[in-house]
Ligand binder design. Structure first.
Ligand code: SF4
Length: 462
């Protein structure tokens, strides 16, 4: 007999919300690792003891975690989903009839107390600390990379380089993202990263970078910089910058120092792509921080026409000279200066030369300098650090380190495909930093949930 759906006659139910959320639900797993005590501690001094109680900031943080963990990008939709979904209600401690805040509450909190107290970073660091206590961070090897995320701007609403004038902006009537742009003009991650003016500047989000680096039509974007521990691909720091190489390299240095300062973790080695292979960055890593760089060099010294490359010339550090394949010396100067200081190596690029007489008499001249009288080798100021990186690249461990670098690229792919952060929703450097920090919190929480799942045994212990 066909069943007929009938409205239940019972008026009262014995309903246990806790029992409705499956043990393997992502939010149940994530909930074990989200320490929300830090929210109240960080915001304590920002609230008055008098007046009407506000919406609990913990609820806002929990809702944001739901949104970023499950890829719900719109705050309006997030409010609807939390209202209707039992698992979301359970995670947000709303019970069955708790009131879901209006979507406009998010921006009020974000631009107010959250930003004043740097709350999202506090929560992020609490999650990283949990990863450390769970044994997910080895601290031996880090990987760093940046990924372009499209800014929330219209390409048409922009000015070319010749028409953009920062001095003409009236700060009093400018929107929030433009005021934030003015605030970061001297910041090395944004305005001070380069003196080169961008080809176009967006009117609504001028801090975003016009770039064609993604091998397609140029876009306005920001760079999301991740520093990860390579053991389990846990994000140990995150930073938003303009989408240019100098800003990204600066962010990598900032993140390495900040991780050391906050958690006392300094890696033994760092793996990154060629963008991080400048002589200055390698010198900073090798000489100032004593970190082994597994980073391909930006090196144009290898020749492909069959003549000797620079790697065929041997550097003699004690005598400060190169030795060519024919055993002759290439030196900085052959003059005997009366003032010894004039023989001291100058900063910047230096040229080491053989004499014309030596090269003219050399049997290998056609394989060395067929079109010039003599051969010279240019040496960068930080060539010793570059040599160290070359040695690291030849080591057996290099291939393993390069394989581990893929983990950070996987995180960016996950961020865009699963967490749907292919395009930003917020504008301005602060809004973008908030989005990247929340995404990193979500990715780390998901990682904890995956690598430290709740088993029957752990449930009984809890
Ligand atoms: S040409 Fe000059 S620099 Fe080159 S191998 Fe001969 S002597 Fe050395």
């Amino acid at each position: 007999m066909m069943g007929v759906l009938e409205a239940p006659a019972r008026l009262f139910y014995d309903f246990d919300l806790e029992a409705q959320v499956p043990a393997n639900h992502m939010l149940r797993q994530v909930d074990r690792f989200l320490d929300v005590r830090v929210v109240h501690e960080a915001l304590q001094s920002h609230y008055s003891h008098l007046g009407r109680p506000s919406i609990d900031p913990e609820l806002i943080v929990r809702m944001l975690v739901v949104g970023y963990t499950l890829g719900i990008r719109s705050e309006r939709r997030l409010c609807e989903e939390v209202h209707l979904n039992l698992a979301y209600r359970w995670f947000c401690r709303l019970g069955l009839d708790g009131k879901v805040p209006d979507h406009s509450t998010f921006s009020k909190y974000r631009h107010g107390k959250f930003r004043d107290s740097d709350l999202l970073r506090v929560v992020f660091e609490a999650v990283v600390a949990r990863c450390i206590s769970e044994g997910l961070i080895g601290g031996h090897g880090f990987a760093v990379d940046a990924s372009l995320i499209e800014a929330d701007v219209d390409r048409q609403n922009s000015s070319p380089q010749t028409e953009w004038d920062t001095d003409a902006i009236n700060r009093d009537v400018a929107p929030r993202a433009v005021r934030e742009y003015l605030d970061v003009l001297d910041d090395k991650a944004f305005g001070a990263a380069t003196a080169v003016k961008p080809k176009f500047t967006s009117h609504v989000d001028p801090a975003s970078q016009w770039t064609a680096a993604r091998k397609g039509p140029a876009i306005f974007s920001y760079s999301n910089n991740y520093l990860i521990d390579t053991d389990n691909a846990v994000i140990v720091d995150v930073e938003a910058t303009r989408s240019i190489r100098t800003a990204e390299v600066g962010a990598a240095q900032t993140m390495i120092d900040r991780t050391n300062e906050r958690f006392g973790i300094k890696p033994d080695w760092l793996v990154a792509d060629t963008a991080y292979g400048s002589a200055e960055n390698l010198a900073w890593l090798v000489k100032k921080r004593e970190i082994i760089p597994f980073i391909p060099l930006i090196d144009k010294s290898e020749r492909t026409d069959g003549t000797f490359s620079r790697s065929d010339f041997e550097w003699d550090d004690d005598n400060e000279r190169y030795t060519c394949p024919e055993g002759k010396h290439l030196v900085l100067t052959r003059r005997n200066y009366s003032d010894p200081r004039r023989k001291e190596p100058r900063k910047g690029r230096r040229k080491y030369r053989a004499t014309k007489a030596l090269c003219d008499a050399c049997p290998s001249k056609m394989n060395c300098c067929p079109n010039t009288n003599t051969r010279y080798i240019a040496r960068e100021e930080h060539e010793d650090a570059r040599d160290f990186a070359r040695l690291a690249a030849k080591s057996d461990f290099n291939s393993k380190a390069q394989a581990k670098r893929k983990k950070v690229e996987m995180l960016f792919a996950h961020l865009k495909r699963i967490l749907k952060l292919g395009r930003l929703r917020l504008r301005g450097p602060c809004g973008v930093q908030d989005e990247f920090t929340l995404a990193a919190i979500a990715q780390n929480l998901r990682k904890l949930a995956k690598l430290r799942p709740q088993t029957t045994e752990t449930r009984i212990t809890i």
